[in-house]
Design a protein around this ligand. Sequence first.
Ligand SMILES: NC(=O)N[C@@H](CC(=O)O)C(=O)O
Ligand SMILES: [Zn+2]
Ligand SMILES: [Zn+2]
Length: 349
Amino acid sequence: MESRDAIEIIRPDDWHLHLRDGAAMADVVGFSARQFARAIVMPNLKPPVVTTEQALAYRARILAALPEGSGFTPLMTLYLTDRTTPDEIARARDSGVVVACKLYPAGATTNSESGVTDIPRLQPVLEAMRAAGMPLLVHGEVTDEAIDIFDREPIFIERVLRPLIDQVPGLKIVLEHVTTAEAVNFVRSGPETLAATITPHHLLYNRNAILAGGIRPHFYCLPVLKRERHRLALVEAATSGHPRFFLGTDSAPHAIGTKECNCGCAGIFSAHAALEAYAAVFERAGALDRLEGFASRHGPDFYGLPRNQDRLKLIRDPWTLPEHYAFGDSQVVPMCAGETIGWRIEASV
Ligand SMILES: NC(=O)N[C@@H](CC(=O)O)C(=O)O
Ligand SMILES: [Zn+2]
Ligand SMILES: [Zn+2]
């Protein structure tokens, strides 16, 4: 195994991030801005970001909440509903700040109640997106109660994603937060217009983390963590150098009380140490030299955006992660709370 004490890469971007809103957002946005130049900001607020006007207003609130001097760029998204129109896509494109649209199957995850119920009827909207070169970002799980929760991603691929790719050839699609070997294989064998993001938690943990030795709500996210063989498939994909797999943290903070209760929310907060966690995974796989592709090149190349100009340095300097961070009028328990991580971001270089 290689052993290095520092690694310098092009400054990375986060291609899947939940920043929330208000005081809670102000508490977490700095963690992302510290390491990433840009992030795709998810639109599942309450109410969701369904119009360009709402996206512009949300963007302004994010910019106002950034630490002094931060150059962080939020890349905005629209939340597709059954009522989204092709005109809205044109407005989004013309805004220059909305770069993608998010497809939540209605009821699939946190704040997805207004999501899409009938994908074929979305055809004109999807065609407008293809014409605009705007990627469709997909939460890839079926909502069918009859399907076991651990099978919802592979079944989604067969029932929904495969037909969707045929329905609108040429549309860029990102299968977000992939969790299974089936998803990895599907993306690998799919068209050049199909890519996937991979989270740090799905690379670090399997489903035992949620259930073995006691029930641990802070490991509960959607799509739910899977078996070890799936985690290994994800590590292989992320560290393979394949250009259609890239970094998307899905950092999704929830107030502690909404996770530690009898019906806890889905979502893992990882923005406090995301790049450091990915570096640990890549190091363990003997693939630190491939971190830059995954974190800093594949994403912009797929989206058709320029790569970042500045660089960032990670140094070996183990530190212990806090048990909690402030989160609005509450607190959030971060991924790897209380554990030691081997890497630290030194500074911009
Ligand atoms: N990933 C999660 O478990 N939760 C996300 C929603 C999502 O990305 O599906 C959230 O907004 O909390
Ligand atoms: Zn999701
Ligand atoms: Zn998400």
